[in-house]
Structures are given as structure tokens and as C-alpha cells.
Ligand binder design. Structure first.
Ligand code: G6P
Ligand code: ZN
Length: 566
């Protein structure tokens, strides 16, 4: 115990009206957190106040960051405010480092009331980059709307916050640090834990580590290349893939978490993981993977840079779940995907006679399905996949799943994907992103397009592009009723579904920082074995042409094309 009690003070503040958490927490330019007076403190107070005082007193919370710039400062403030607000114990990653999946895992393991994750995911970091604060609840998953709405509500009228400005902790010292506070609350404890241990133990209970080790070591070893993108995953990759599973140390690159991710986007996509793509094209490696800044997203590449589309990846994982000990024991319940994710997973669900749930975009929507035992596996087009072992998407879990499948099937990445297409057909899929679009232009485009596509005349329309004719079967603005609590979420994206199963979807991103991001998703399904090897853009060209025409997106946004194509 410290010699004399630490003072708790109340500070007057002025509320902000823009602290509404999006799908992945409150994400803003770092500068906003750094330079707007009490911006961080206001939001943290709103998060803490959203927890009932009785539940707060003496409870445990988990805190971690992806190591980006401003995380240490933010953790210091969170500790001082948690203490002043009656939280009993904080469990924090060593040097503040915890991946998003690890936070979810620890919350569940130690039965914490929730956790705070400092990350802006795959967005760049640094003083000129982005910063974010996510709040996860007791099931380990992102806070549902009821909670984020409450936080937003509180933030709008906040007049003061409580803090212990003199409380200092040492993030580099593993173990307990106890503090005696000058208030009615019990002693406050901080516990600094190894960033990897608890999560590694969970993975050990899910996978057959010796099977994966057999694949990665020995005379005919699979050579892999793993890119941690200078994000949080470095320590996890080194410890789990190299030390535990035997991959040579030089298989893992960019493994030191950097505050600015080396000036790169820590985004596991063909665009931003270009150096991995290049390395894979050399043909030396049979398996490649990259992660995002906080380790929940992943990308898988095969030899020569063969790209596994994330929607295909989740479908292939689903079809091969029986390779994994966890699913041999637990069985396979339902599958879930976000609405814009391709329907490849639906084909697997049908073949396996398993229920498929289609949710809005946002990992939080999978929470109730998993908590109620309805869903074993979920995935999204945005490079996320995971199971009910935690309540976040989990990049390294996806990688170990792929390696387990390769070990069991003794096939290359490309062969596994092509066999899957041959068996269940191929869902050609792509996404166009228009980033940083004027908010109003985006809003009006979506509003007007919604009116056009839901008009009666539209639903009987046929579109002829080149040799292809597409007949509209169904259109709507996607709406979701949660089967567990009955809550209804509206306005989740404009869908045009054609009679051949092709789809065009338009939505506004809920994770952007500046302006609006419009996403257009196009998908078509091919069963003909002769047509499984085409160029995605060529196959989807006609659907994209229809999408551009009916939305007038270029005219309305002044853009000539998308910022990124996936
Ligand atoms: C976060 C969420 C995902 C979501 C992704 C893209 O990573 O956890 O569930 O798919 O953002 O969301 P957006 O709204 O930007 O398309
Ligand atoms: Zn992420």
C-alpha cells in the first residue's frame, strides 16, 4: 500500500456533442483526442458512468491498446479515472499492449465487467493519424447499441468527471500495484499481465498444436510468411507461431509494434499489405498472412500470391470445421455473416444443414447469437472471422484454422479454395469504397437511391449489359430483427437481389473518421465448372456498371472512381 491516500478530485467540464461511438467505438483523428480540452476524459467518464454504480464498485475491467501513438497517455488517464470512479481492479497488458481478441479473451476468462481497447483498428496511427476507444461488455464483445446510445447520451450533458491525477502506474512492471484512495471506495488495484499468455492458453485448448507444428517443421515443412504490419500482433506471432509452433524466426516480419505502424496503414488487404503480396509472388512461401493494427482482421494468401477472398475464407473454414478439436468437442451450431458478406457461407450452411443468420455489419450483432448458443462461426467480407471462443473477430485464430485445415487435408491454399468452388460453386465478389465523400452528398445519394430501388417500377426491371441480362427479384433497405432479444435494426444497406442470385449492395460505412465512406458490393454466383477461373472484375463488370448508373455516384460525389477496390 502507498503511504498516504491518493486524492480523488472532481473536475468541471463542458460536454461535446460528437462522442457517439460507431460500430467500433469512438474513432477520431488523434489530434482531436490530443488537443480538444478534456475530450478523452469526457468520453471515459461517459463510459464509466454508463455502468451502474453498484456494478462498478469493486469490479474488474480490462484495458489494452494496439500500441498506437497516444495509447500510453490514454491508459494513464483511464487508470486515474477508473480509480476515481470506483472500479476495483484494472487488468492491463504489459506496456499497455493487448490485441482486441486478447482483450475479449481476458474479459471472459476473469469474468470482468468489460474492457476498454485503445485502437483505430486498421487506420493509420501517429499524431496525424487516427485514434479510437472501444468499449467491450462482459461477454467480451463490442458494446451493443443500447450501451453505446447510453454512453452518447451521458456525454452530451456531462458537466464533470472524477479523476486521481496523482496516481501513477508502471506499465512495464508485471504484477500487482495497489493504491489506497482518499474516498469511500475499497483499495484500487492494477494488475499488469503478460500480453500473450491467457490468449495462448485459449488457442491451445482449441487447436491441435502438434498437428500445426508438424506442418511448420520437419523436412517437408510449409514455408510461411506472416506480416504483423508493425501492429499489436508482433508479440503474438513471435510467441505463438514461432516459439510454440516452430515456424522459423524469419517467417515473421514487422513484428515490433510501432506507434505510427512505420507510417503505413496496418490494414491486411491487397492494397496495404503490398510487400507481403510481393514476397508471396516470389513463390518461396506456401502460406502468407497479415493482420491489422489490433489483430482482429487477417488476410490469407497462398503460394504465388493467390488471394483468398475473406467471404470465401469464412465459407471454407465453415466447411472444414471438423478438422479443429474445439468443434469436434462442441459440435457445429449455426453460422452467421454480415449482410454484405458473400453468400458462399450460405451454400456451406445448406450442405451441412446448419442455420445461417444474416446480420447487419458490425461484430456486435453476432454477440447474442453466440451467447445463446445459436452460432459457432461468423465472418465478414471486411477481413474478419471468428468463433464463439471469444466475442471478437480473431485474426490469429483464422490463421491457425487455415494451417489446421492444410495439415489435415495436406493440400495447398489454392487447391483447398479450388476444391471448395468445384464442390459448392464460386461467389465472385468485390467491393468498391468511395472514402472521404462529402457527408451531405452521400446522405442524399443513399436517400434518393433508396427511393428509386424500392419503387414498384424498379422491382420489375431488367438490366441488359453486354450479353448479360439481370432481372430484379427483390430490393430492400436491409433490416434485422435479433432473434434473441427481438431488437430491430433498420436502414442497414440498400440491396438489389437479381433472379440469378447476383446482388448489388450500397451502404454507408459506420467506421469512418472523416467525411462519409460509401461502399458498393457486387456479387454473382457461378456453378459451371468451366467458369470458375475468371477474372473477378470481368465477371462483375456488368453489375458494377448497373450500380454506378442507378446510383449516379460519380455525378453526385464528383469522383471518377473508387478510392479502393477489394
Ligand atoms: C469493424 C467492425 C466490423 C465491420 C467493419 C467495417 O471492423 O468490427 O464488423 O465489418 O468495421 O465496417 P464499415 O461500417 O466501415 O463497413
Ligand atoms: Zn481491427
Amino acid at each position: 500500500m502507498e503511504a498516504c491516500p491518493i486524492p480523488v478530485v472532481t473536475v468541471q467540464t463542458v460536454p461535446y456533442d460528437d462522442q457517439k461511438p460507431g460500430n467500433s467505438g469512438l474513432r477520431k483523428k488523434t489530434m482531436v483526442f490530443e488537443s480538444k480540452r478534456n475530450y478523452l476524459q469526457n468520453f471515459i467518464q461517459s463510459v464509466l458512468s454508463s455502468i451502474d454504480l453498484r456494478d462498478r464498485q469493486g469490479c474488474t475491467m480490462v484495458v489494452g491498446s494496439d500500441g498506437r501513438y497516444f495509447s500510453r497517455t490514454a491508459i494513464e488517464v483511464i487508470v486515474q479515472m477508473a480509480a476515481a470512479n470506483g472500479i476495483g481492479r484494472l487488468v492491463i497488458g504489459h506496456n499497455g499492449i493487448l490485441s482486441t481478441p486478447a482483450v475479449s479473451c481476458i474479459i471472459r476468462k476473469i469474468k470482468a465487467i468489460g474492457g476498454i481497447i485503445l485502437t483505430a483498428s486498421h487506420n493509420p496511427g501517429g499524431p496525424g493519424g487516427d485514434f479510437g476507444i472501444k468499449f467491450n461488455v462482459a461477454n467480451g464483445g463490442p458494446a451493443p447499441d443500447t450501451v453505446t446510445d447510453k454512453i452518447h447520451q451521458i456525454s452530451r450533458t456531462l458537466e464533470e468527471f472524477a479523476i486521481c491525477p496523482d496516481l501513477r502506474i508502471d506499465l512495464s512492471r508485471l504484477g500487482r500495484q495497489d493504491f489506497d484512495l482518499e474516498n469511500k471506495f475499497k483499495p484500487f488495484r492494477v494488475e499488469i499481465v503478460d500480453s500473450v499468455d491467457v490468449y495462448l492458453n485459449l488457442l491451445r485448448s482449441i487447436f491441435d498444436f502438434s498437428a500445426i507444428k508438424g506442418l511448420l517443421t520437419g523436412s517437408d515443412q510449409l514455408k510461411i510468411r506472416i506480416d504483423a504490419m508493425n501492429g499489436v500482433m508482433g508479440p503474438y506471432v513471435r510467441r505463438i507461431l514461432c516459439d510454440e509452433l516452430g515456424a522459423p524466426a524469419n517467417s515473421a516480419v514487422n513484428c515490433i509494434p510501432l506507434e505510427d505502424f512505420g507510417g503505413q496503414h496496418p490494414d491486411p488487404s491487397l492494397t496495404y499489405a503490398a510487400s507481403l503480396v510481393e514476397a508471396m509472388k516470389g513463390g518461396e512461401f506456401g502460406f502468407g498472412a497479415a493482420f491489422d493494427g489490433d489483430g482482429d482482421r487477417y488476410m490469407i494468401l497462398g503460394q504465388n500470391g493467390f488471394f483468398v477472398n475473406p467471404s470465401d475464407s469464412v465459407a471454407i473454414i465453415a466447411a472444414n470445421l471438423p478438422c479443429i478439436p474445439y468443434f469436434q468437442q462442441m459440435g457445429v451450431r449455426g453460422f452467421a455473416r454480415s449482410m454484405p458478406t458473400s453468400t458462399a457461407l450460405d451454400k456451406v450452411a445448406k450442405a451441412m444443414k446448419v442455420t445461417l443468420y444474416e446480420t447487419p455489419t458490425g461484430w456486435k450483432f453476432f454477440g447474442n447469437l453466440m451467447d445463446s448458443g445459436r452460432c459457432s462461426l461468423c465472418g465478414e467480407e471486411s477481413f474478419g472471422a471468428g468463433s464463439d471462443h471469444i466475442r471478437e473477430k480473431d485474426g490469429l485464430w483464422a490463421v491457425l484454422t487455415w494451417l489446421s485445415i492444410m495439415a489435415a487435408r495436406k493440400q495447398s491454399v489454392e487447391k483447398i479454395v479450388r476444391d471448395h468452388w468445384a464442390r459448392l460453386g464460386r461467389n465472385y465478389y468485390c467491393r468498391f469504397d468511395y472514402e472521404g465523400v462529402d457527408q451531405k452528398a452521400a446522405f442524399f445519394m443513399m436517400r434518393d437511391l433508396g427511393a428509386v430501388i424500392t419503387d414498384k417500377a424498379f422491382t420489375s426491371q431488367k438490366f441488359a449489359v453486354g450479353n448479360s441480362v439481370y432481372s430484379v427479384e427483390k430490393t430492400d433497405n436491409f433490416e434485422y430483427t435479433d432473434p434473441v432479444d427481438g431488437s430491430v435494426t433498420k436502414n442497414q444497406g440498400l440491396r438489389i437481389i437479381f433472379t440469378d442470385g447476383s446482388r448489388i449492395i450500397f451502404r454507408l460505412s459506420l467506421t469512418g473518421c472523416a467525411g462519409a465512406t460509401i461502399r458498393i458490393y457486387a456479387e454473382s454466383y457461378e456453378r459451371d465448372p468451366e467458369k470458375l477461373n475468371r477474372e473477378t472484375q470481368a465477371v462483375l463488370g456488368p453489375l458494377i456498371a448497373i450500380a454506378l448508373k442507378i446510383s449516379e455516384i460519380h455525378e453526385r460525389t464528383g469522383r471518377k472512381g473508387p478510392t479502393v477496390i477489394t
